[in-house]
Design a protein around this ligand. Structure first.
Ligand code: ASP
Length: 581
């Protein structure tokens, strides 16, 4: 890389044998200083690498004197000649380990106070890392993650633009957009008593760009969702948001697959195979107990409900579904007890098992099972069958989670593989039992599949949506759908979701009006940039692919946000705070 400023002639990572004998100037951070008798060694670091500086009090007395005062993370500028290291001092672990800079002039550009943690220290408390994020970001791993993210976004933009998509910015101060989370609201000073909502996604606006004739839209959009935080959730997510008019699912999938292929090729040098396999939601649920199946290993769920209908074992006979995992391993009693504990955490009442060990079946339930039932299970020597007998949904949840746990524990996962997968044919609605009404599984603008278009109101629980998710290695990267461009159809869905005509007007009147003025068929997708970076970087911590994240309490330990505002600001907004209880 050629530096383009007068501060330096090269980057720290450029110091290689080819440059030996040249006079060069480097600038960067002091990563480490060592005094050896008279000589002082300093590792000088920038984002491209580290070069060792040598300061010799005989040839450069002033520089060597200055070097004694250097502490970690001081900013330095060093001028000198690049020399080969003597064979016994070559450091093969460093890319620049066979050279060093014999410093003639040293400039102490900037000092650092004592550091709250060292950059090479491991297991530093995350709150401390976030408090001093600027230091944390200097670490190799975070430099790599954030740079990888930028490289990926660059590829996405090039790819989308080559395919004729237009980057259109949509407002941050808007109206509630239903993606199923709680809204962040912003009070309006000019319209006292009124609030904007930060968009949970640009969903309605991107649909309006289609009605407006832009044909192909994309945006790297920030979406705000006031959710309770879990390890893999943040409240500000960044999405690649896409919409196209006169959409064609094959074309959309192909565009996305090609984009992923480019990202993986350019960022990792990995060729991923296209087209990605497809699986219906029903199949994913049946085989993997999940709507985002991890397909890097088998261990699929099996079902024996019909064979256990008349079982002497009451739980099996009565349960809506009896399903099991066939694990190619013999578990000990202690291991089974631990697995049962996990199953209970996920909602199971217990975990029945059959262990086929040394020609016998080890199990408290075996004696209740008939020969026919055992034959239907087909257990073989060296296997353990782990059962869930409950509602279909619960057996999916428990065995799906157990499957993932065992995949990891037993080392069944091929860590180098990337298994991309489209999941489609999602249910359109689900029942919110507490509220006693139907809700949209994706969002309320998703259209039914052609075969359900006429009859979804009669069987909402069975209706399928023209919606799809993209999954890789068990992570949902995002999803999308084809939308309703017919205002009558959209109103029918709103009716089913229990939105009164007045509510429809207030919340979505502008969308219904737009759909009534010549709306083309349209559909699209949104993919999580944060998640994509995690998978690409192999980074398990979501916050470590975001430059300035908040912690799990939604607080930024660096700036202290969210912060209080002054009584004057509250007055201006016409807001009165209740006493904290
Ligand atoms: N707006 C949807 C979401 O954010 C994606 C889409 O339907 O395009 O999940």
């Amino acid at each position: 890389m050629t530096p383009s400023s007068t501060w330096r002639t090269h980057m720290c990572g450029d110091a290689r044998a080819e440059l030996v004998g040249e006079s060069i100037t480097l600038a960067g951070w002091a990563a480490r200083r060592r005094d050896h008798g008279g000589l002082v060694f300093v590792d000088l670091r920038d984002h491209t690498g580290v070069t060792q500086l040598v300061l010799n009090p005989e040839s450069a007395p002033e520089a060597a004197e200055l070097a004694h005062g250097i502490r970690n993370e001081f900013v330095l500028r060093a001028e000198g000649k690049l020399v080969a290291r003597s064979p016994e001092t070559v450091n093969p672990a460093m890319p620049t380990g066979d050279v060093e800079l014999a410093v003639e002039r040293l400039e102490l550009v900037s000092r650092s106070t004592p550091l709250p943690f060292q950059l090479d220290e491991e297991n530093v408390d995350e709150t401390l890392r976030l408090r001093y994020r600027w230091l944390d970001l200097r670490r190799d791993k975070l430099q790599r993650n954030i740079r990888l993210r930028a490289q990926m976004v660059g590829i996405i933009r090039r790819d989308m633009e080559e395919a004729g998509f237009l980057d259109i910015q949509t407002p941050i101060l808007f109206k509630p957009t239903p993606e199923g989370a709680r809204d962040f609201v912003v009070p309006s000073r000019l319209q006292p008593g009124r609030f904007y909502a930060l968009p949970q996604s640009p969903q309605i606006l991107k649909q309006l760009t289609m009605v407006a004739g832009f044909d192909r839209y994309y945006q790297i959009a920030i979406c705000f969702r006031d959710e309770d935080l879990r390890a893999d959730r943040v409240q500000e997510i960044t999405q690649l948001d896409v919409e196209m008019s006169f959409p064609d699912q094959e074309l959309l999938f192909e565009l996305m697959e090609r984009m992923f292929q480019r990202i993986w090729r350019e960022c990792l040098g990995v060729e991923i195979e296209t087209p990605f396999p497809r699986m219906t939601f029903a199949e994913a649920d049946r085989r993997f107990g999940s709507d985002k199946p991890e397909t890097r290993f088998a261990l699929e769920l099996e079902e024996v409900t019909p064979a256990t209908r008349g079982s002497e074992l009451g739980v099996f006979a009565r349960a809506e579904a009896v399903r099991f995992l066939r694990v190619p391993r013999v578990f000990s009693r202690g291991e089974l007890a631990k697995l049962e504990e996990l199953a209970k955490e996920w909602g199971a009442k217990g975990l029945a098992y059959l262990v086929y060990d040394g020609g016998e079946i080890r199990s408290p339930i075996a004696k209740f099972l008939s020969q026919d039932e055992l034959a239907a299970l087909g257990g073989g020597e060296g296997e353990t069958l782990l059962f869930a007998a409950d509602s279909w949904e619960l057996t999916s949840r428990v065995l799906g989670a157990l499957r993932l746990h065992l995949g990891r524990e037993l080392g069944l996962i091929d860590e180098d593989a990337f298994t991309f997968l489209w999941v489609n044919d999602f249910p359109m609605f689900e029942r919110d039992e507490d509220a006693g009404r139907w809700t949209a599984v994706h969002h309320p603008f998703t259209r039914p599949t052609e075969e359900w278009k006429e009859r979804f109101p009669e069987h909402p629980g069975d209706a399928l949506a023209h919606a799809y998710d993209l999954v890789v290695n068990g992570n949902e990267l995002g999803g999308g759908s084809f939308r309703m461009h017919e205002p009558e159809l959209q109103a029918q869905v709103f009716d089913l979701l229990d939105l009164s005509p007045e509510e429809q007007r207030v919340k979505f009147g502008f969308l219904l009006d737009a759909l009534a003025m010549g709306a083309p068929p349209h559909g699209g997708i949104a993919l999580g940039i944060d998640r994509m970076t995690m998978v690409l970087a192999g980074e398990p911590n979501l916050r470590d692919v975001i430059a300035f994240p908040k912690n799990q309490a939604a607080v930024d330990p660096m700036s202290g946000a969210p912060s209080e505002i002054t009584p004057e600001q509250l007055d201006e907004l016409g807001i009165q705070l209740l006493e904290a209880t």
